[in-house]
Design a protein around this ligand. Structure first.
Ligand code: TRP
Length: 496
């Protein structure tokens, strides 16, 4: 027990002490489970791994963009409210059913709410499968830009290069796209193969501090730029006349995506929590860190945009879209505008790659843990089987922009050509909201009060936590918010 004591652990140490002074022997069931099921070595391990899952392209790529499109201030405030009112309660709900059952998505939902709810778990596993198939492709782009920026830093930045052309050349090259995605998939499989404490947690412990460090360096550099004041005003001064009803739903939807909710990823990570770790405290830490990182990324990007003349117009005119901010505008700006950009450029793409990798491993873990818990496969076999099966679809996604017949032209939803756009449309609009609705209803309405209360109010919870308030949000507020998204999608809104 003592050997497990973490080096730095704000929550864990206190609980270990409680345990030691009370001298409670672990019950037999727990001892049995910890032998067969791998667990996070400490609360910090859990928080870092889950935060790694949450922080990803959603924070660095999507959030700054939707904040821009929705005119900043008021949208950011609504987003923060959604995070607190919808995201945080569901984070606790997912982690708690995982911890309670010690099973991944399908088994945990069955145990919590009844056998039929296994279907919602299966829906989540499918969502993870599809999401990972195209997320890997975007993650691969960060490797390309890392290589490019390194070559510019050590060589020289090509004067007169048209940034948009560089991007188009890379996405339309089939061998390059396949190679980048293959490299990223292999890295993901390589981590998940080693399991929870030796693979996923280890990587999170090393990578997340690096990620935070790079982001803080960039923030300092960005705050020194001339546009930073304007950026901060744009992000933090609410102007409610500019807020549209659909922006509110976009905020709800994004709060799901960014926290990796609605598809069982957090249920799965919750199933590796041992009973002495607090679900409530961990949820608070994960949600807070994810939100801070999204805001930092936005401040950094907007400081650059507001410092460069003409940039704002380009973004508004749609010349620089969601993809554009991260992969078209920024690479060039590092070498022309950003203080210390020659160093920060490559570091930034390391940051994107690390953030994406800690998310892709959690996506793969959702599918892998399903094969382990429900289909009886060993970890190594389960990782290879799921990793390779998903990669087959990654090939489709990687070829979506290459002009290759069929791969680039297949169209299921109108205007969404290729597997990449089709899958993104389906996951963002349908799979995550329906999965999220299912999970809130399962935990809020079908799990007994006694069961959820005993998980959350177990002596590990912090003082600010109130079970009644949590229950109200999970039963009423969260399902209503998600239902509203689904209704808007039915009426034709596109949230992808
Ligand atoms: N949260 C991730 C991001 O912001 C994306 C994501 C959504 C995810 N659902 C997930 C990652 C499930 C891992 C598992 O980029």
């Amino acid at each position: 027990m003592l050997g497990e004591e973490p080096l730095w652990c704000p929550f864990g140490v206190e609980q270990y002490n409680i345990r030691l002074t009370q001298g409670t022997p672990p019950n037999r069931l727990e001892a049995h489970m910890s032998q067969t099921r791998d667990h996070w070595s400490s609360n910090t391990g859990l928080v870092l791994a889950a935060t790694g899952s949450a922080i990803g392209l959603g924070n660095l790529w999507k959030f700054p963009y939707i904040t821009w499109v929705n005119d900043g201030g008021a949208f950011v405030l609504v987003y923060l409210i959604c995070i607190a009112a919808v995201g945080l309660p569901i984070m606790m709900a997912e982690l708690l059913i995982g911890r309670r059952s010690q099973k991944s998505a399908v088994g945990a939902l069955k145990d919590a709410a009844g056998p039929a709810w296994g279907l919602i778990g299966g829906w989540g596993v499918t969502a993870g499968f599809i999401l990972l198939s195209y997320y890997t492709v975007i993650a691969g782009w960060s490797l390309f830009y890392f290589a490019k920026t390194v070559s510019w830093t050590f060589g020289s930045f090509p004067e007169g290069m048209v940034a948009g052309d560089l991007f188009n050349d890379q996405v339309s090259s089939a061998p390059l796209q396949l190679g980048l995605s293959l490299a990223f998939s292999a890295a993901t499989i390589g981590v998940v193969y080693f399991g929870v404490s030796k693979g996923i947690e280890r990587v999170a412990r090393v990578f997340l501090p690096i990620l935070f460090g790079i982001l803080i360096l960039m923030l300092i550099s960005a705050l020194g730029m001339s546009g930073s004041g304007e950026a901060l005003t744009f992000i933090f001064r609410p102007n409610f006349t500019e807020l549209e009803p659909s922006s509110v739903l976009e905020a709800v939807g994004h709060s799901f995506f960014t926290l990796s909710l609605g598809m069982g990823a957090m249920i799965t990570y919750g199933s590796y929590i041992s009973r002495k770790q607090s679900v409530v405290k961990a949820s608070g830490a994960i949600v807070a860190l994810d939100t801070i990182i999204a805001l930092f990324a936005t401040i950094i990007m907007f400081s650059v945009i507001f410092s460069v003349t003409g940039m704002q117009q380009q973004v508004d005119a749609g010349e620089v879209g969601a993809v554009g901010m991260l992969f078209v505008a920024l690479p060039e700006l590092f070498y022309t505008q950003v203080p210390f950009g020659v160093v920060l450029g490559p570091l930034f793409y390391v940051l994107v790659a690390l953030a994406a990798l800690t998310s892709t491993i959690s996506l793969l873990e959702v599918v892998t843990s399903y094969l382990i818990d429900e289909r009886g496969l060993g970890r190594h076999k389960a990782t290879i089987v799921s990793g390779v099966a998903i990669f087959v679809f990654t090939i489709f996604a990687a070829l979506s922009f290459t002009g290759t017949p069929f791969f680039s032209t297949l169209e299921v939803f109108q205007g969404k050509a290729g597997w990449f756009s089709t899958a993104d449309h389906f996951v963002s609009n349908w799979m995550l909201p329906i999965g999220g609705l299912g999970i809130t209803i399962a935990v809020g309405w079908f799990m007994t009060r006694k069961a959820s209360e005993s998980e959350l109010v177990d002596g590990t919870e912090p003082k600010w936590f109130n079970y009644g308030v949590w229950r109200f949000f999970v039963r009423f507020i969260a399902p209503a918010a998600v239902l509203a998204i689904i209704l808007f999608v039915i009426l034709g809104r596109d949230f992808s």
